[in-house]
Ligand binder design. Sequence first.
Ligand code: SF4
Ligand code: SF4
Length: 178
Amino acid sequence: MTEKISKNSSDLDLNFRYEISEQVGAKSLLKCIQCGVCSSGCTVTEYVDMQPHRVVASCLLGLRKEVLSSQAIWTCSLCHRCTERCPKNVDYSFILALLRNLAVKEGSVPKEYSSTINTIYNNGFVVPYTGNMKNTIDKRRTKMGLPQLMGPNLDEIQFIINKTGLSELIEKKKEVNK
Ligand code: SF4
Ligand code: SF4
């Protein structure tokens, strides 16, 4: 359910629309006519705090803080149905990815994402391949005649996570949780 937002005009970030639309592939944001087709076909529309057409309108109006702190930009399943159906060719699913990037830069990331990165950083897998889990998987693979899983190269994985700045994201989350 989308909540009503009240705001003084002086609190709007009027450059927000351009911060998004000037990025490669995002110019279509400015073409939205608020028809609502994206929201009517969205596969997660009943689970988001702000429906797709409201996210677009909020970007255009300058509601930067509300958009970047919304749960809607993370709940999207990136099925691309909104983009396929938009009569004005607004590439909403792509724009959402940009919004996620902006949110991450500001340290606003759901704990599920940062804890997943933490797990990959420490184990190399999304689901840790250790202890009882490893024993169970190994037994099943042996029973099925499959070779044992190769352990990941943790140095390479940690190098990539450090180089891409993802490790800072984990640190930021730890600071928030203190
Ligand atoms: S379908 Fe396209 S034009 Fe219609 S509200 Fe959604 S983004 Fe805007
Ligand atoms: S890409 Fe995201 S916003 Fe668009 S229809 Fe799919 S779930 Fe909804």
